[in-house]
Design a protein around this ligand. Structure first.
Ligand SMILES: Nc1ncnc2c1ncn2[C@@H]1O[C@H](COP(=O)(O)OP(=O)(O)OP(=O)(O)O)[C@@H](O)[C@H]1O
Ligand SMILES: [Mg+2]
Ligand SMILES: [Zn+2]
Length: 399
């Protein structure tokens, strides 16, 4: 039996894991099989499908951005599309860009057993030896596919020596090789590597896009689930499709075929944004009676109050930042940056609410609720710190 190096073991481990998990986890089951299924990342997808259509695929790509936003997914799609045997070209020589998902190459890649698609986890293969081995291996032509595709995940984890070795390969890659480096921490990747790759920045996904996708998956799975519950899940995923899909999986595992917002809240142990907006409304109008009533209703409904306080503080922060941006174009940009999870309706409300508060108000509110949040954890009556914050805030401008 040949001696397998750690690097080869890693590849085997990867391939096996993938197949074993496939039926268990929604995000694996629903990994997009075509570019058309990828949500968001329009700029990345557009550039790649143009390159594919024109047959001008580069030899080294760098995909960076937050976790669970499609880097590995798009890397595999690219590997599949360049190797697909059924992509005919038009009379103008323009090729179709979508992989067929039917030919031998597509099927092998979908099933995670293509020998020429080599996925390396740099987090556990950090050293020079692995990269040296890769450099040796790369000289040989692909065994089955047209291109040998190397996906190096978490590439920022490589050691300095390994980066140098990789650099040499990237300088003169053989014609049959394509490198796709992926990272969540681009600032740790040396400039010399970055400059040899075509770089794509992946972004967090908006709440609406994630909700659309969850809706589709729930439908495929034959599960009925409230829009509010989907929004809550998407909110908790913080822009990552994978997190959203695994949260949906959790909720589906706990509940029946008909899932409501309250059930999702209980399972996820979180606050929905609706409650935060309502509370903010009471505070802005200094409606002490309703604010106190609302806090006690939250306790009755089983809310985790320190979580609620945290969400509220976060909401004030967003409101404060947005209130300082007046022009529409700028506000749209800020929205994408700090509040991509809000729906259009919620976004309208946060802007309106923000108009009613001054800079001094924001400071006061945020300070009061930070204190309340800290005190809530050890309090014998968990609602008391929040109640005090409400009363103190309501009395703050009285002459
Ligand atoms: N843009 C997207 N469109 C559709 N589904 C997505 C998208 N991004 C992620 N997903 C879903 O999340 C899963 C994981 O995504 P993927 O592995 O591509 O993330 P990643 O960016 O490589 O994350 P990591 O940095 O953690 O490796 C996919 O299988 C898919 O179900
Ligand atoms: Mg990945
Ligand atoms: Zn194919």
């Amino acid at each position: 039996m040949p001696v397998l190096s750690p690097y080869t073991w890693e590849i085997l481990r990867y391939a096996q894991n993938d197949r074993k998990m496939e039926n268990l986890v929604l995000y694996r089951k629903y990994r997009p099989k075509t570019f058309g299924e990828v949500i968001g990342q329009e700029h990345v997808v557009r550039t790649l499908i143009n390159a594919l259509a024109l047959g001008k695929v580069a030899h080294a790509y760098l995909f960076c951005g937050p976790r669970g936003t499609g880097k590995t997914t798009v890397a595999r799609l690219l590997a599949k599309s360049v190797n697909c045997e059924n992509r005919p070209s038009t009379s103008l020589g323009v090729k179709k860009y979508e992989p067929c998902n039917k030919c031998a190459a597509c099927i092998e890649i979908n099933e995670g057993r293509a020998m020429d698609l080599i996925e390396i986890d740099a987090a556990s293969n950090r050293g020079i030896d692995e990269i040296r081995e890769l450099r040796e291996g790369i000289k040989f032509s692909p065994t089955q596919l047209k291109y040998k595709v190397f996906i190096i995940d978490e590439v920022h984890m490589l050691t300095k020596e390994a980066f140098n070795a990789l650099l040499k390969t990237l300088e003169e890659p053989p014609a049959h090789a394509i490198f796709i480096l992926a990272t969540t921490e681009i600032h740790k990747v040396p400039q010399t590597i970055i400059s040899r790759c075509q770089r794509f920045d992946f972004h967090k996904l908006t709440l609406n896009k994630i909700v659309e996708r969850l809706k589709l998956i729930a439908k495929e799975e034959g599960v009925k689930i409230d829009k509010g519950a989907l929004e809550l899940i998407a909110l908790n995923a913080d822009g990552a499709a994978r997190d959203a899909e695994s949260l949906l999986g959790q909720v589906m595992a706990m509940e029946d075929k008909d899932i409501t917002l309250v059930e999702a809240q209980t399972i996820l142990g979180t606050t929905d944004i609706g409650a935060v907006i309502t509370m903010a409304g009471f505070l802005i109008s200094k409606d002490v009676k309703n604010a106190l009533g609302f806090i006690n209703k939250l306790v009755e409904d089983g809310y985790e109050l320190s979580q609620f306080a945290k969400s509220l503080i976060n909401y004030w922060r967003k409101m404060m930042i947005l209130a300082s941006w007046k022009q529409d174009g700028e506000i749209a940009k800020m929205r994408e940056l700090i509040a991509p999870e809000l729906t259009d309706e919620q976004f309208k409300i946060i802007l309106e609410q923000g108009q009613k508060l001054s800079g001094a108000d924001f400071i006061k509110l945020i300070r009061l609720f930070i204190r309340a949040e800290n005190e809530t954890k050890g309090a014998s009556l968990p609602q008391l710190p929040l109640e005090l914050a409400v009363v103190e805030w309501a009395g703050s401008n009285e002459k």
